[in-house]
Design a protein around this ligand. Structure first.
Ligand SMILES: Nc1ncnc2c1ncn2[C@@H]1O[C@H](COP(=O)(O)OP(=O)(O)OP(=O)(O)O)[C@@H](O)[C@H]1O
Length: 288
């Protein structure tokens, strides 16, 4: 466990000095209104992600996505009409000490009051899943975040997945796992009763988040993984490149991938699963 960055991790470098906090906050609802703020609000409305009385644990990794998510939740509290509470939770899975300090410094500068807690996830994933630690790491991370959200009395856990994560997941499942499955904007936990995962960046394009972060002069945590670096090929990165390569010849290819999950035609699929039960199109004929 020595490398700090994995293959295919894009390193985001700020364009300038850190901007004053007030300017950063104002830019979210002014300069980035169309591409960040309006899309955040639209996802919240379309999918009822924030409701009266909610207590939301906002998961902060210190990366670009969760930083903008935290700031938008603060703006929502300031300007929104719905009454809700928010807690910012950050889990240290065993970061390098400089990375941990960067997370703390950024959150202090941006006035994001985090509950920082430790876990030994990197160490455990490295020990028990040496060759393919990513799956194990992701599962343990999700569990640790749920447990913290529950401890703080939250009913929702907000994750910083955005539009590009959604279409990349859809394509990964199609091309690598042979199924059609996307990332949903909201889902109930199977293990933690009463906690829902929400993804309020669902409509937000990654390039807009990168622009915001670079113009704000923030150094986010880029790829802080200490386990899988250079160990496994990064399939997600390859899928990202594949989608990009399709753009010139397939008009609106990203929109089409996104929309495909909204327009599944059940009359034209061979089989599907619901609540863990497999179904076949043949059932329709058996009924007659
Ligand atoms: N160590 C952590 N502590 C708290 N939340 C986390 C942590 N790691 C991941 N998350 C949450 O899970 C989301 C997805 O994590 P992932 O590592 O896939 O994201 P990412 O695309 O690199 O996002 P980010 O830019 O926010 O790190 C993050 O946006 C964040 O909300």
């Amino acid at each position: 466990m020595s490398e700090l960055a994995g293959k295919g991790c894009a390193v985001i470098v700020p364009f300038d000095e850190r901007q004053p906090l007030k300017d950063i906050e104002k830019s979210i609802i002014k300069k980035y209104r169309k591409h960040l703020w309006s899309k955040f609000i639209k996802a919240i409305r379309d999918y009822k992600l924030v409701e009266e009385g909610d207590k939301i644990a906002v998961a902060i990794s210190g990366g670009k996505d969760s930083i903008i998510m935290a700031k938008m939740f603060q703006e929502l509290k300031r300007h929104g009409q719905v009454n809700f509470e928010v807690e910012f939770i950050a889990m240290d899975p065993g970061y390098h000490k400089d990375i941990r300090q960067l997370l703390i410094d950024n959150c202090e500068y941006l006035d994001i009051p985090i509950h920082l807690f430790d876990s030994r996830i990197f160490e455990i994933a490295d020990e028990i899943a040496k060759d393919y630690p990513c799956y194990m790491c992701a599962r343990m991370r999700r569990g640790a975040l749920y447990a913290k959200a529950e401890e703080l009395g939250c009913n929702k856990l907000a994750l910083g997945h955005h539009y590009d994560d959604v279409i990349e997941t859809t394509m990964m499942n199609l091309l690598c796992a042979g199924n059609f499955k996307t990332m949903l904007p909201k889902l109930n936990s199977t293990n933690f009763d009463g906690i829902q995962i929400i993804r309020p960046l669902y409509y937000i394009r990654e390039e807009q988040i990168i622009k915001f972060i670079q113009n704000s002069g923030i150094w986010p945590l880029n790829c802080a993984c200490m386990v899988a670096a250079k160990k496994t090929g990064n399939k997600r990165y390859e899928i990202k490149e594949l989608i990009k390569s399709l753009e010139p010849n397939f008009k609106d290819v990203e929109k089409s991938i996104f929309k495909a999950a909204q327009n599944v035609n059940i009359d034209s699929v061979l089989g599907w699963q619901q609540d863990g039960v497999k179904h076949s199109f043949l059932e329709k004929y058996d009924e007659i």
